[in-house]
Design a protein around this ligand. Sequence first.
Ligand code: WQD
Length: 331
Amino acid sequence: MNVLVTGGNGFIGSHTCVELIEAGYDIIVVDNFSNSELENIANIEKITSKKICFYPIDMLDYNGLDRIFKENSISAVIHFAGLKAVGESVKKPLEYYENNITGTINVCKAMRENGCKCMVFSSSATVYGTSSKVPFVETLPTFATNPYGFTKVMIERILNDLCMADPDWSVMLLRYFNPIGAHESGMIGEKPKGIPNNLLPYISQVALGVLPYVSVYGDNYDTHDGTGVRDYIHVTDLAVGHIKAMEYLFSHKGSEAVNLGTGKGTSVLEIIQAYEKACGKTIPYKVEARRQGDVAVCYADTKKAKELLGWETKRGIEQMCRDSWRFTQKK
Ligand code: WQD
C-alpha cells in the first residue's frame, strides 16, 4: 500500500517515513527541500535499507502533485509540508497563508481528482492559542496568536468542512505538542537552518560549543521554578502516532482532532538539567525577558489518543535528550 508523505524530508516527516517503512508500508515522498537537507532521504534509505521514491515538488505546483497521483496508486496522504516558524510567520504572513493554506488545498484537490480521500494532517497544539485550561483537551475552541497558528486553525476548518461536504473523506487532525529528540541511530534528527527558534535545537548547539549560552525567556511565570512548562514528546513516539492515526482512518470516515503529547509538563530549567546529564557538559544559560506570545504552561490531555488510537508515548525526557545529543554529535 502506497502512502504519500508531503514534507517527508523534514524533521517529523523523515521519522514518520522510517516508521511507515518498518510497519510494512511503501512510501512516496514529496518535498521542496526548503527547510531540510536532501541527505535526509539518503539517511532514511540507510536506516531502512529501502530505496525511497521522491518528487522534489512544491505544494503550489498543482500539476506536479496531480502527476504524482497519476504515476502512483496512493491510498493515503500524511501531510507535513508547510512553513512552521512562529516568528517568521509574523514577518511574512502572505507567504505563510499562501504556502500552507493554498498548498493544502492543492493537495486535497489532487487527492479528490485521483480518488484518494484519506489524510492525516500535521496540526499543532498552537491551535489552543492562549487557553489557560491545561491539560488541553480536543473539545477546546481553537484560536491562534500568530499567522502560523492561524494557518493550522484555518486548515483544520477547511478539512472539517470537506468531510461535512463529502462523507467519503477520512481525516485525522493531529495536534502535536513539542516534538524533540532524534532517531536512535543518530542518523536523522532536528537540524533547522540558521539560529534555532526552538529550545532543544538551541540547547544542542550550546552543548556542541557553536552557541555560547541559552537565553531562558523568563523565570517569573506561575510555574514550580518560574520557567515555561511544555509537553515535550519524542519524535519517534510522534511518528508512531501517525501510523496509528492512518490505520484508524482505514476503517472510519469523517474527521477527528487528536492530541499527540505525553500529558506531562517539563520546565525550561528541567530540560537544561536533563540535557546536561545526557551530554555530560554544563549548559550555560542567562535569564532574559519573556518572549512575546509565549504561554506559561502547555501540556496535553492524552485520553482521546489512548482510547481512539490505542496510542501513548513510551520515551521519557532523558531518552529524548540522549537521542538528541547522539544526533547532534554526528552532524
Ligand atoms: C519552549 C519553551 C520558551 C527557546 C513552538 C511553536 C509550536 C510548535 C512547537 C510547531 C518556551 C522557552 C525557547 C529559547 C527559551 N511548533 N525557550 N529559550 O514555543 O512551546 O512551541 O514549537 O507546531 O507551534 O510555538 O517551543 O521550543 O520555542 O519553546 O527559554 O531559546 O522554551 O519560552 O517556554 P514552543 P519552543
